[in-house]
Design a protein around this ligand. Structure first.
Ligand code: PMP
Length: 417
């Protein structure tokens, strides 16, 4: 089935969605998926796939240690990707960029290399009830191992942070505030700039989990003034296996290594070792070279577009989806915050989310069903799962129509009136 952009998609702005869709090989095959699981991972444009292939086909040497042309070419491409990343998030320079395997590893890096050496009983780690498990578990482990206390900013019924008690939660015992920028369940865009400023006032460090925001919004780490900022390549048109930790230089210098091995050392003796300069001190072993190069190509692809148009387009698509879903009998949508990103979680009375996702799959519509790695949210809402549709700028209003028609079919199939 081919689902092209309608006139409505093109109307109020001049984003050429049909042209964009042509850039994605998976959207030009004989069976085109109606892919609405972009919060889990995005599709990849041809330019990203070809940047990865080119590395493997033309210069697949190891980086940093090879004293020959191929290795130098690979090193340059890998380090160029670091430069592109610094520019993409407005970091002062590329030494602030540590490549990791993803957001999860980036947060674990901070929890291990900073948390385990700097926290003690009586200290507090502040996160939110809205976090993805990857920004909960590393802190639970650190709290367990150091005796520090893990505290949570609660959420409201409608999927926003409840900041009514923030002056008590954020107090002189707080040593780090680690928070999700855009919720992968509700789509809520949290007031991270405000919380970072508050944390700074009391001398706490800050970490932003930007896995869901960076793909959709221009971000500026210099303006945010956070200490750590983490995101994943695969959620922003890049490959899997690559992520980014932005970390302030003084902190990188002061932190212990995360993992030991090749590449992260300067001198090794049988008794002790010294560490490489930052950021390489945190990149032990052969890195994900092709993936970093692919991530650089993804950033180039995104920045080649007018980002204001992309944001407007995704906003219009999300509003259209909310309105269309609300017309379905028995529909509950979780979260109504503004501003928000292109993620909608919902349930339909009388159909379990897993059954719904399965019926939608029979209609060629790919959505996610489950707890979305955010069980504290599910507990807060008193549910076990939701269905989640999430969009990217290659999606169309026609695809949203297909989603809604398929949900109506699922209702009929279940014998619901
Ligand atoms: N944080 C958020 C908000 C996410 O949505 C995800 C992925 N679903 C992660 C962290 C973890 O990302 P990754 O699996 O790429 O490490």
């Amino acid at each position: 089935m081919i689902t092209m952009a309608t006139k409505e998609d093109q109307s109020s702005a001049t984003l050429d969605v049909n042209a964009i869709r042509h850039d994605f090989p998976i959207l030009s095959g004989s069976t085109v998926p109606i892919y609405l699981d972009n919060a889990a991972t995005t599709l990849k444009p041809a330019s990203v796939i070809s940047a990865i292939n080119k590395y493997y086909e033309e210069y697949s040497a190891n980086v940093h240690r090879s004293i020959y042309a191929l290795g130098e070419k690979a090193t340059k491409a890998y380090e160029d990707a670091r430069e592109k990343t610094a520019r993409f998030i407005n970091a002062p320079d590329s030494s602030h960029i540590i490549f990791t395997s993803g957001t999860t590893e980036a947060i674990n890096l901070v929890a291990y290399a900073w948390g385990r050496y700097n926290l003690k009983p009586g200290d507090e780690i502040l996160i939110t009830e809205m976090e993805h498990h990857s920004n909960i578990i590393p802190w639970q482990l650190v709290a367990r191992d150091t005796g520090a206390t893990l505290r949570y900013i609660p959420i409201t019924e409608n999927g926003s942070l409840d900041l009514s008690n923030i002056d008590e939660l954020l107090n002189p015992k707080t040593k780090i505030v680690a928070m999700i920028h855009q919720s992968n369940v509700f789509g809520t865009l949290n007031p991270v700039a405000q919380l970072i400023a508050k944390a700074k006032d009391i001398g706490a460090l800050t970490l932003v989990d930007a896995a869901q925001s960076v793909p959709h919004l221009p971000v500026d780490v210099a303006a945010l003034d956070c200490d750590f900022f983490a995101f994943s390549g695969h959620k922003m048109l890049g490959p899997t296996g690559i992520g980014v930790l932005y970390a302030r230089l003084e902190l990188q210098e002061a932190m212990e290594p995360f993992q030991g091995g090749g590449e992260m050392i300067q001198q090794v003796t049988m008794d002790s070792s010294t560490w490489n300069d930052v950021p390489w001190k945190f990149e032990a072993g052969t890195p994900n070279i092709a993936q970093a190069i692919g991530l650089g190509a993804a950033m180039e692809y995104i920045t080649s577009k007018d980002r204001t148009l992309l944001i407007q387009y995704e906003k219009r698509l999300t509003n259209y989806a909310i309105k269309s879903l609300q017309d379905i009998t028995g529909m509950t949508i979780y979260g109504d915050s503004d501003p928000r990103g292109p993620v909608i979680s919902f349930n339909v009375d009388g159909i379990h989310p897993h059954d719904l996702a399965q019926v939608l799959d029979q209609h060629n519509v790919a959505v996610r069903a489950g707890h979305h790695c955010a069980q504290p949210i599910m507990n807060r809402l008193g549910i076990t799962a939701t269905t989640r549709a999430s969009f990217f700028f290659y999606n169309t209003s026609k695809e949203i129509d297909s989603l809604c028609e398929s949900i109506e079919d699922a209702r009929k199939f279940m014998g619901l009136k």
